[in-house]
Structures are given as C-alpha cells and as structure tokens.
Design a protein around this ligand. Sequence first.
Ligand code: M6R
Length: 617
Amino acid sequence: MCGIVGYVGGRNAASIILEGLKRLEYRGYDSAGIAMIQGSAITVVKKAGRVEELIKAASKVSLAGTVGIGHTRWATHGGVSDINAHPHLSSDGKFALIHNGVIENYSQIKAFLLGKGFTFRSETDTEVLCNLIAYHYGKESAGRNGQEPFLESVRKALRHVEGTYGIAVLCVDFPGEIVAARKASPLILGVGDGEFIVASDASAIVSQTRNVVYLKDGELVHISAKGFAISTLGQLDVSPVVDRIDWSVEVASMDGYAHFMEKEIFEQPQALENTMRGRFSEDSSTALFGGLNMTPAEFRQIDRFLFCACGSAWHACLVAEHLFERFARVPVEADYASEFRYRNAPLDPQTLFFVISQSGETIDTLAALREAKRKGFRVLAISNVVGSSIAREADGGIYQHVGPEVGVASTKAFTSQLLLASMMALYVARMRDMSFNDGADYVGALKSAPDLVRRALAQAPHIRAVAKRYAQHSDFLFLGRLSLFPIALEGALKLKEISYIHAEGYPAAEMKHGPIALVGEGCPSVFFAPRGEIFNKIVSSMQEIKARKGPVIAIATEGCELPAGLADELITIPDCHEAVLPIIATIPVQLLSYYIAVERGCDVDKPRNLAKSVTVE
Ligand code: M6R
C-alpha cells in the first residue's frame, strides 16, 4: 500500500527521499509528501497527486538538511487531498510521522486526545498516532523515564495502538534521528557507510546500499548518523542480522518499453527460465526444490493441499488445484486468503498449506499463513520477494526469481506462479502414480515453456489490431474450461484493473446460467478453445453466443479448425502439454488487456484506486 522512506546521514536527504518515492510510487499514488528537519522546525511539503507534483512543489522550497522522511499514499482514512497526505505533524509541530497501515482504534484515541487539548487538521488515523506520540513525549520529557524520550514516546504510543503500521517519525528536539517501527507492514533498514535509509520496500534502498536489515513485527529502530539500535515494543534489545540484496536498480528500469507492464509481459520467457533454473532432477523426471524444509517421506504423508492467496495469485491457486488433481490425484482446495482467515474451516490434519504472494506482504495472505500456523499446520510459501514477511514466516518455500515486478497488474509473476504450481504438481505426482516416462515428458513440456511463450508473444501485432477494434466496448466476458477457467478469471481481472472495462470470467458452460443475458453486439466474449477432448463443447458455447449476436474472440490452438464464420477474431497459441497450457494461454489475454488499456489512454502501470501490494485489510 503506502510507501515510506526516511534518510539519516551526511548527504542531502531530500534528493534521496524523492528518488526513493519515485521508486515506491507503485505502492500508492494518490498523494505524496516529504518532511525535513530544518533548524528548530520541521518543514513539510505535501501534495495530492503523483510524486511528480510533489517534486515540483518541493523545488519551490529550500529543503536543505540531512534527515528527513517521505511518503506516497494509498488512501484509507480520509479522501485524497493535500491535508490528508503524509507526513502529518503533531499539533505542537514537534513531530512528523509517515505511516503505512491502519490504526483501527484511532477514533477512541482521538477522543482521548481531544480531551487533552490536541487539535487535528486531517481526517487520517495517522495524525492521531502522531499526536499520541506527542502526548507521551510530554510525559516522558517531564522526566519520568527521561533517557531516550523520543524513542520511548514512540514505543509507549504504539503499545496503545490496535491495527497495522510501518512508521517513521521525526522529532525537532532530536534533529539527527529517526525512529521507525513496524507491525504487519513491511519495513527495511538499508545500512550504508555513515548513512541509513529506512523504507517499506527494498526498491527505495538498492540504489543507495545493498546491505539491509529486515525489521520484524513489534520492532522499533532508532537511527542516527552514528548507528542504529533495534528493540522491541517490550523494550528488549535485538541483535540485527544484515542481509544482502542481490538485484540492482537497473533491473527495475523500463529498457525502452512504453510501460513496465509491457516490459514485464515481454520478459516472461526469461523470467520462466529463471524460475526453473536448477530445479529438475538429474534424470529430468521430476522437479526439485531446495527450500521446502520437508523430506520426500514427509511429503508423501500429505493427504490434502490447501492453497491460499489473493487476486491473480489466487487464480494461480485455482490452476494448482486443477493440475494437482489431474496429475497427482490428490485433493486440493484453493481459498481466498481473506476468507480463509475468518472462515474457521474444518481441516484434515494431514493438510499441507501453500500460500502464494508475489510481494510476500499481502496482509490477508500473511494473516491466512499465521492462522494456519496457529492451528499447527505446516505452511509453505511461493513468493517473489526475497526476505518478505511471508517468505520469512513460512516454514519453507520457493522463490520465483523473476526480478522486481513494478506494473500493478501482475504478469511475469503470475506466469511464474503457474509454472511453480505445475512443477509442484509434478513433484507430488512423481511420488505417487506418475511413471518415469510421463515425468520425463512433463519435464520436457515445462522446459519448452519459454519458447512457447515467445511464440505466443509473436502474436502481439495481431492482438494489438484486435484490441483497437474492441477498445471502446464497455463489457467483456472471458470464458474457459478446466485449467483455463482460472485464466478466464485472470483475463477479466487484467482487463478490469488496467482499462476500467467491466469484465467477468466464467467457466464456458456456466455462461448459459446467467451471464448470457449480457450477450449482444456490445459484449464481446473471449473464448479459450484449446485442442482437447472438450473442444467441441467449447465450440457449442461459442455458437450460443454467436446466435445472440455476441462478438466472439477465440484463442485457439494453432491449426485447430473452428467452424467457418464462428469467430470474429482468431488468436492462436502453440499446441502444448496440459502442464504448461495455462501459462501459454495467459499471454494473449495479457496482451489484449494491455493494448486495450493503451488504446483507451489509461495509466497502465498505475491504475486508479489500486496499489501493488495490499498491506491493509
Ligand atoms: O503480492 P500478491 O501476489 O500477494 O498480490 C495479490 C494481489 O493483490 C495481486 O495479484 C493483484 O490482484 C494484482 N493487481 C493482479 O494483477
């Protein structure tokens, strides 16, 4: 959600913070702000709109100084306005605070503080926390606990807070310091030479330093140019573990593409290679994973799998369900993480949990993981972000290795999740009934995925032309069956989120139980019609749409004969094994959605109302 960044060191803090905010903008982009300690006061510049607006506003103000904090906002409490943008100042002007998360008991705290004479300018929960710190500071500096009144007042305030937070705080009385803390919102400390940068995401840090400390829930870090100290809410000291980030900032630049989403679509062949690298047995008959922390014998004891995730990652779970059941013949359930965490479902004791999350920070997925662990289940994670909260809290897992995904709409991370789901299905299948030869065929199919994706991408100019013809329609149906039903959901989600067109995904045969009422000249249906045993059934569904004058955009296997005149548009995909079909079929719907959004002039990488990682409930 929101992005936070703070700097303490010897250089001009404003330029480092503004650069960090540009990199964090994908997390939230309805407003942005910066606060710097300048002499005996805190200067705040904040603006509704993109970071560019903030940079313009900041250029008109002198922002000298070596300590500061900055924020990009994704609104939760209070509308999008300059006043609600962060940083927020306490009513006495002594503290500035930036916050990612939600303070759930803010109204009770606000009522208490109003009674103590504090005043509020914004509608945000963040300003309430800032004043709560100021309230405790008043008590601390009155001498009761006087050693480190800045740190202690933040600690005391946080003990009264219910909800989630990643925060960074400035105090005018301690001009060379930042106090930062986290609970269920990510926070990373970059450790440089005589300088420190604290941020919600490593992308704001890597251009300054690769050495990082991942803060844990309930930890505070007290930073000055001389060093930093980590402690817990309960005042225990924590010994820091410094990790090294192995990707560079260049990896996240656009390389001549018009948008990150376009770049990330076209880098999928390489991304899939990276996901697979070193993960097959020597005899190429099964998959191998280094970080599961489970022996094959333990794996064989598993009777059921439960996959949990949100958004596109949930679609990957649905594909996992299909592939596991089809090839490993083991029961699998796929659940929305946000539902699972409150559903209290009865669970077979021999269930293994998988959570899937590109960012590794999605709060609902993290909460589902924690709930499963509380119940005593082992949880494995598939995640792209090394060191993310989900990766660290899982009992074991698999990294996707596709590099940073910046576009809000997931593309390369999604197909890599499909690939890992397929590889896991193979791993489990080979422990059960799948023969050596079938395993070897399966591995061959997985290895061919990057080339098949390249062939699917070669359709881009044709798909762009199709997109131009349909870009002004306001409703779409996406219809697929079996493992391509989740890809129909994914196609509909991609189109909705980046082009704001209403779209629904359905199992193709379900269409006649309701959605067919939408069908007419104004509502195109995108059909997945791969070669296979139910090809003719899918053709019948197309006929039903056609009979109602609905335009049909067919995504069919190369060389597959559709009845003449049935499809208004034909997009082909190469023939392939079921193990990789969902991956290959995803490519045309990514391209179609992307080109439609471009045609409509939408902000593809930063669609309205969305954020890359959703760290609030
Ligand atoms: O980081 P995660 O994989 O946990 O994110 C889950 C969803 O928020 C994400 O897939 C979302 O649906 C994307 N915008 C889809 O393109």
